[in-house]
Design a protein around this ligand. Sequence first.
Ligand SMILES: Cc1cc2nc3c(=O)[nH]c(=O)nc-3n(C[C@H](O)[C@H](O)[C@H](O)COP(=O)(O)OP(=O)(O)OC[C@H]3O[C@@H](n4cnc5c(N)ncnc54)[C@H](O)[C@@H]3O)c2cc1C
Length: 408
Amino acid sequence: MSVKIIAKDCTGCGICLEKCPFDAIEIVDNIAQLKDNCTGCGACARACPSKAIEVTRKAKKPTIKLEDYKGVWVFIEQHQGKIHSVALELLSEGRKLADALQVELAGVLLGDGVEHLAKDCFAYGAEKVYLIDGPVFKHYRTDSYTNAIVEVINKYKPEILLFGATNNGRDFASRIAVRINTGLTADCTELSIDPETKLLQQTRPAFGGNVMATILCPKHRPQMATVRPRVMKLCEPDYSRTGEIIRINSSVKEEDIAAKILEIVESSSKTVNLEDAEIIVSGGRGIGGPQHYHLIMELAEALGGVAGASRAAVDAGWVPQYRQVGQTGKTVAPKLYIACGISGAIQHLAGMQTSEMIVAINTDPEAPIFKVANYGIVGDLHKIVPLLTAKIKELKKSQKADKTAASV
Ligand SMILES: Cc1cc2nc3c(=O)[nH]c(=O)nc-3n(C[C@H](O)[C@H](O)[C@H](O)COP(=O)(O)OP(=O)(O)OC[C@H]3O[C@@H](n4cnc5c(N)ncnc54)[C@H](O)[C@@H]3O)c2cc1C
């Protein structure tokens, strides 16, 4: 943005001085003058009663040739030599995008001694793996990973780049986007290619989940998106597939990285793995207080599952945040999801509606959760949940007894 004072219209009233948040205007000879620290924010122009300040918005012309950018890339997040499931989900989805564009699908793999993971990338659809391997990449650090990936993007120019919306993915995808002057759509729930323009259509919930927005990045490359774990479906891997490994000689050096990792302390929340759980029992505001959450935990335990919660239960301080399911919590897709005392707000559904089977327990027969539930129980969870837990325990006990009898 550029700001210009129209001297003939300026009355020297000084209102712009008061409104400028950067103290970047002075009055000289009864006329406003811009100082060097003007940021072009335009606050002065909006305040000027004489319309004596003009703001011109100059669109920054991209300095890149869009046609130079080809191929779909997926960042292959790995921890201690094990690929994060979201990377495989993104390869599965990336394969469809690459096929629609008739281009290659590649994985970008960083780590120390991680070449053996390339075979998994090929099995899930990649034709190429860009391998950045060395001790400096042993653990994720924002600077080393950002610098290395920016280098390969500038050299090989992908048109689409996908990241898992994990802590690491969220941390450095945004930095990469700023460095290479492109856009980033976070937390996409759907990706597709526009058949006419060949642009990536990045769909995500907006305005508190009340509308679905489809976002395009027509003038910059790569088109970048993050997707949460469990949103995209995994394809069947084919381990007979092979591909090409491109070894990158990165210029990133340990001495250039400010952050040093002294010790890694595993978080206790890791023991609650909602995202990979096959059975989840979640409690909402309907549980009535933290003293009743044990009902949810006991049913989850009896079923061999994990206990989750709605945001209302988390916000009330009844349940820790790492158990939250939904738009601002975990996205889950278990075989069985039991929602107890949860109304079924759109933001909760966003995190669990792809579950294979949904059972809802709620006193209100009109609760929206019943619209997505396969089975609904209208009633008080404080009575129903303990009955279910007792019945499941009884069934398990009798199954165990039958097995013992059969083996004698
Ligand atoms: C930007 C944004 C992000 C959000 N992200 C999330 C998110 O990630 N996850 C999430 O869950 N929410 C999220 N929310 C909040 C969401 O809108 C709802 O407020 C929240 O899901 C409501 O939680 P709830 O269903 O437990 O509570 P309520 O809506 O209050 O529902 C409680 C339900 O319990 C039932 N009930 C009461 N007593 C009993 C009983 N004894 N037995 C059985 N049923 C009973 C009631 O009939 C009612 O249906 C978000 C909101 C916003 C604006």
